[in-house]
Design a protein around this ligand. Structure first.
Ligand SMILES: Cc1ncc(COP(=O)(O)O)c(C=O)c1O
Length: 383
């Protein structure tokens, strides 16, 4: 356990939106395991793909030496969602954090520059590089010193764009900040960041590990902003419940990792055949989602929650909403009240007055209506 107060449930089975505890109680997963089980738990197509791959082979060689069908299938499905963007090369790793590390190295390698900028409120992972980009002083201070030449821009402020200069290798931004409370970067600011990065030759790296792959009602969250990043970083939902991360860039840039030095980034388990088989199946199912329904659910839920007197603010889109109450104690009371109704809610690490809503993208209308009603009942109880 990594906190003194874990949820502590013992889950013995999970299917669709539902998890079963050892006492046989059914729990509605309102957070999809923090944005992972986006097609619900144990989607049949993902299980089938895993079984088929299990019978063919597991790990056969470190990443990149052999050609492997599951890697090819996952890569071509993923890249087909990015046609026309110039993002045509993907590097698979084992987690979101590792994908961030890979993208940081890529940015320094491509530009020959050292400065990397993050944005206030960002969370990118817990290894030294990813932690350096993240801004929670509470979680950083105990591990100082972190990576040199990494600093942070204030969130959403046009006036500081001049801090991005010809010294800057990259700016890392979550298109919609997850841990900061589901906080979308304002549209004009994201465009201004894109413009400034292009002006000075810095890479714009979008971390869509949490907000991407369907959460907002678009395959990629940046698609609602009409801009394209230089590097896109994915994780969490990508493996349909299996561990995988990916950073994606143009082939011309990605190829810098294989020369001078060759093996500029290496991994034993990255692109694991089981994880890639699951990712390919996940991406195939993603194409069949009802995008309009996901967007409308977000609007319906935002409206219903905003009208509740206990709710201070609602942010986000689709199945990716952050809700503020009047303080952390109220949120704790709500999590407990929802749990009594069989609904799992979860906090943010950096926004204790808020909680997250990220139900599976393929939950039925009946399930979503029922879950919203339980949530509203729990809010009535704690207000
Ligand atoms: C936006 C974002 N980036 C990076 C990470 C790190 O991903 P992982 O925990 O899979 O390594 C997370 C995890 O929550 C995240 O939300």
């Amino acid at each position: 356990m990594t906190t003194p107060h874990p949820l502590g449930e013992r889950i013995v089975r999970a299917e669709g939106c539902w998890m079963e505890t050892e006492s046989g109680e059914r729990l509605f997963d309102m957070v999809s395991g923090i944005g992972v089980s986006s097609l619900g738990h144990g989607h049949p197509a993902i299980r089938r793909a895993l079984r088929e791959q299990l019978d063919r082979h597991l790990h056969v060689m470190v990443y990149g030496e052999y050609a492997q069908d599951p890697q090819d299938r996952a890569a071509s499905r993923l890249l087909s969602t990015l046609t026309g963007t110039g993002l045509d090369s993907v590097y698979f790793v084992n987690s979101g954090t590792e994908a961030i590390e890979g993208a940081m190295k890529l940015a320094r390698r491509v530009t020959g520059r050292t400065e990397i900028l993050g944005v206030e409120g960002g969370y990118h992972g817990a290894t030294f590089g990813a932690l350096s980009l993240s801004t929670s002083s509470h979680r950083r201070n105990a591990f100082m010193p972190l990576l040199p030449d990494v600093s942070h821009l204030p969130f959403g402020e046009h006036s500081v764009l001049e801090r991005i200069t010809t010294r800057t290798a990259a700016v890392f931004v979550e298109t919609i900040q997850g841990d900061a409370g589901i906080r979308p970067v304002p549209e004009d600011h994201l465009r201004a960041l894109r413009h400034r990065c292009s002006e000075v030759g810095a890479l714009l790296v979008l971390d869509e590990i949490q907000c991407g792959l369907g959460r907002t009602g678009h395959v990629h969250a940046f698609q609602r902003y009409g801009i394209v990043p230089d590097v896109l970083v994915l994780g969490k939902a990508l493996g349909g419940g299996m561990p995988i991360g990916a950073f994606i860039a143009g082939q011309n840039r990605m190829s810098t990792l294989r020369e001078e030095p060759k093996l500029g980034h290496i991994t034993t388990f990255g692109g694991h055949p089981m994880a890639c088989a699951a990712a390919a199946a996940f991406l195939e199912c993603l194409e069949e989602l009802d995008w309009e329904a996901i967007r409308l659910t977000g609007e319906r839920w935002s409206r219903a929650l905003s009208e509740h007197s206990a709710v201070m603010a609602v942010r986000g889109y689709g199945h990716f909403l952050g809700v503020d109450l009047d303080g952390p104690e109220r949120v704790s009371a709500l999590v407990a009240a929802a749990r009594r109704r069989g609904v799992v809610l979860f906090w943010f690490l950096s926004r204790p007055q808020g909680f997250r809503l990220a139900p599976p993208l393929n939950a039925s209308r009946e399930e979503l209506d029922q879950a919203l009603q339980w949530l509203l009942d729990a809010l009535d109880e704690v207000q």
